[in-house]
Ligand binder design. Sequence first.
Ligand code: ADP
Ligand SMILES: N[C@@H](CCOP(=O)(O)O)C(=O)O
Length: 325
Amino acid sequence: MAVFTPLELGDISQWIEQDFDIGQALEIRGIHGGIENSNFFLDTSRDGQKHEYVLTLFERLTAEQLPYYLELMRHLANQGIPVPRPIENNQGLILFEIKGKPAAIVTKLPGLSRLEPAANHCAQVGEMLAKMHLAGAHFPKVQANLRSLSWWQKTVPQVVGHLDVTQAQLLTSELYAQENFFHSESYAALPQGASHCDLFRDNVLFDPQASHDPSQDQLGGFFDFYFAGTDKWLFDLAVTANDWCLADNKQDFEPTRLNALLEAYQSVRPLTKDEQASWPMMLRAAALRFWISRLWDFYLPRDAHMLTPHDPKHFERILESRRTL
Ligand SMILES: Nc1ncnc2c1ncn2[C@@H]1O[C@H](COP(=O)(O)OP(=O)(O)O)[C@@H](O)[C@H]1O
Ligand SMILES: N[C@@H](CCOP(=O)(O)O)C(=O)O
C-alpha cells in the first residue's frame, strides 16, 4: 500500500460537509495497492444512505498537469465509459489542495480485480478499451504521455549503472531501437488520442455476479488514469496485452487470451495496416516503458508508508520475449 501523506477524518470532515453536496464524511481508510499516489476510501452518509468515494492526494503530478486526467475521466464518464467520475465542489471545481498536495475525489467503481483473467475478461477489456479510444477521440485537451520516449531518455542514464553488463546492453540497445521506431514514418502514421497507458489487471474492476462464478463477471470499469496521455492507441493496446495475456511463464503470450483481447478490440476499432506492421515494435516499447519505470522506482525509491515496489525483472523478461517475435 502506498500512503505517502497520511490523512485522518478530522483533516477533511468539515471541508467535505461545507464545500460539497456528498453528505457527511463517516470514515476514511488508506488503500492497499498502488505505488504513485496516496489513496483513501471515503465513506459519506447522505439522505440516510452510505456513499463511497476515492480521495487521492497526488504525490508527483502537479496542479497544472492534473486537469487533463480529471477532465478526461469526466469526458469518458459522460460518454458512458465506466470510469471514476470526479466530484465537483459547490463552485464546480474538481481539483483541490490538501496538506499542500493537489487532491481529487472520484466515485468508487464496483467490483474487484481479476489478477488471473480468463479469455472472457480479456475480451471485455479489449472491447471497452477500443470504445474508450473512440469516446476520447474528440476530447479537446492534449497532454503527452509523461512516461514516453523523452522520459526514457532522461531516466535510462540514472538506472543503467545499477545493472550488469548484459542487462545494460539490453536496455541501451532497446532504447536505441525505440528512438529509431519513434522517428519513423510508420510510427507517425499510427492513430493517436487519449490513452490510459497503464491498463494493467489491477487497474480494472469486474463486478462478480450473484453466482460469484468468474465466467459471469461483468466489467465494472477502468480506473487510475494518472499515467494517461495523448499517445498512440496501439501503445495502449500493447501495454494492456503485455499484462493481461501472459502465459504461465509470465513472459510469453498465452494465445487464447491474446486473441480474445485483440479480436474484441478490433470488433470495435479494426487495426490499420500501419498498426498491424508496428505491433511487434510497440509490444517492445510497452515492455521497455515499464522496465524503466520499475528500475527507477526500485533504485531511486521514495519514502512511503507500506509501499510495495514492483519487480523490474518481470519486464526485463517480457522485453526479452517480445524481441524474439
Ligand atoms: N475509483 C476507484 N474505484 C474503486 N477502487 C479504486 C478506485 N481508485 C482506486 N481504487 C482502489 O485503490 C487501489 C490503488 O489505486 P491506484 O490508482 O492503483 O493507486 P496509484 O494512484 O498509487 O496508482 C486500487 O487497487 C483499487 O483497489
Ligand atoms: N502498473 C505499473 C505501475 C503503476 O502501478 P499502479 O499500481 O500505481 O497502477 C507497473 O506495474 O509497473
